[in-house]
Design a protein around this ligand. Structure first.
Ligand code: IPM
Ligand code: MG
Length: 361
């Protein structure tokens, strides 16, 4: 009997639908390669959901997400929703699904493909062979802490409030993910915080140290201040293997690392909870400036699907094949506009999908 996997696809806004169409074609290939049946549901997320339903991700869509084996997302947001209230904005839909799936462990590999080392804004020798794994806490911290809001003070001026807050349990579970990942890699973890100014950062450092001493003495742990981490990432990025950090610092630092790899269009991510479906999304945004033109780079979304195969669908071999195909395509000089270089062949979104499929076949 063939295996059936339930997939929720939420292409979202901007270039989301274009890149997810290429993911769908790769999924069809995996299906023919393995006999697995992908039972695909589609729902709206982000601005398109707000336009259709008045909210960025509906409870009905959340139920479908929870019942699936993996959720594949495109991107959310665009300037046309800039004026929408915070709790209904496109980004609120993304935060709602991350929280609803309790997807607290955001894995963001920053790998510099050899063929792209010259596309980085850093010199080749600093980035060639780069392979960092960000383990970003995704379901707490300043993104979700209460109290939050904008209030008017008695004198008529206003105050904006957000709360940066972490419990020991929240720190412990993400720390264990980072140490477990490091065991499968070089065994090194750098934990980035601001323990020098924030109590929540001090607690972070204390808890990471406690768990390290108790259960992971084999791991080489360093603590680094998040500002220094951002500097070290552009000074000597190859010193890092696994970087463990909180929600906000992870957002900032992973964008910096993205640039080291040549293009934000290359970076996949997986967001995992304990049990339940993982959420897979490219790190790049909805790119409204190029949306609808069919020129976006679908590789980050395709590599995110590969992560879904590995972490949620128990199909690691298929993930390996897709990653190898992407590598070979880049080696052969096929490029979308964002990673275009001298003597390479420029293709559009569908052309990149075609090329990867041709290699897979
Ligand atoms: C990311 C994005 C999101 C974040 C936005 C779109 C809410 O920047 O996934 O890095 O801040 O987490
Ligand atoms: Mg970000």
């Amino acid at each position: 009997m063939s295996v059936t996997k339930n997939i929720l696809m939420i292409p979202g806004d901007g270039i989301g639908p274009e890149i997810m169409a290429e993911v769908k074609r790769i999924m069809d290939w995996v299906s023919s390669d393995t006999g697995t049946i992908f039972n695909v549901e589609e729902r709206l997320i982000g601005g398109c959901s707000y336009d259709a339903h008045g909210e960025a991700f509906t409870d009905e869509a959340m139920d479908v997400a929870k019942a699936s084996d993996a959720v594949l997302m495109g991107a959310v947001g665009g300037p046309q929703w800039d004026g929408v209230d915070y709790d209904k904005r496109p980004e609120a839909g993304l935060l709602k699904i991350r929280k609803g799936l309790d997807a607290y462990a955001n894995l963001r590999p920053a790998i510099c493909f050899a063929a792209l080392a010259d596309a980085s804004s850093l010199k080749r020798e600093y980035v060639a062979g780069l392979d960092i794994l960000f383990v970003r806490e995704l379901s707490s911290g300043v993104y979700f802490g209460d109290p939050r809001g904008i209030e008017t003070l008695p004198d008529g001026s206003r105050v904006g409030v957000n709360t940066h807050r972490y419990t020991t349990q929240e720190i412990e579970r993400i720390t264990r993910v980072a140490f477990d990942m490091a065991r499968k890699r070089s065994g090194r973890v750098a934990s980035a915080d601001k323990a020098n100014v924030m109590e929540a950062g001090l607690l972070w450092r204390q808890e990471v140290t406690r768990i390290h001493e108790a259960d992971y003495p084999d791991i080489e742990l360093t603590h680094i201040l998040a500002d220094n981490c951002s500097m070290q990432l552009v000074k000597n990025p190859k010193q890092f293997d696994v970087i463990l950090t909180d929600n906000l610092f992870g957002d900032l630092l992973s964008d910096t690392a993205a640039m080291l790899t040549g293009s934000l269009g290359m970076l996949p991510s997986a967001s995992l909870g304990d049990g339940g479906p993982g959420l897979y999304e490219p790190v790049h945004g909805s790119a409204p400036d190029i949306a609808g033109r069919g020129i976006a780079n679908p590789i980050a979304a395709i590599l995110s699907f590969a992560m879904a195969l590995r972490y949620s669908l128990d199909m690691g071999e298929e993930a390996d094949k897709i990653e190898a195909a992407v590598d070979r395509i880049l080696e052969s000089g096929i490029r979308t506009g964002d990673i275009m270089a001298d003597n390479c062949t420029q293709v559009n979104t569908v052309g990149m999908g075609d090329a990867i499929l041709a290699h897979l076949n």
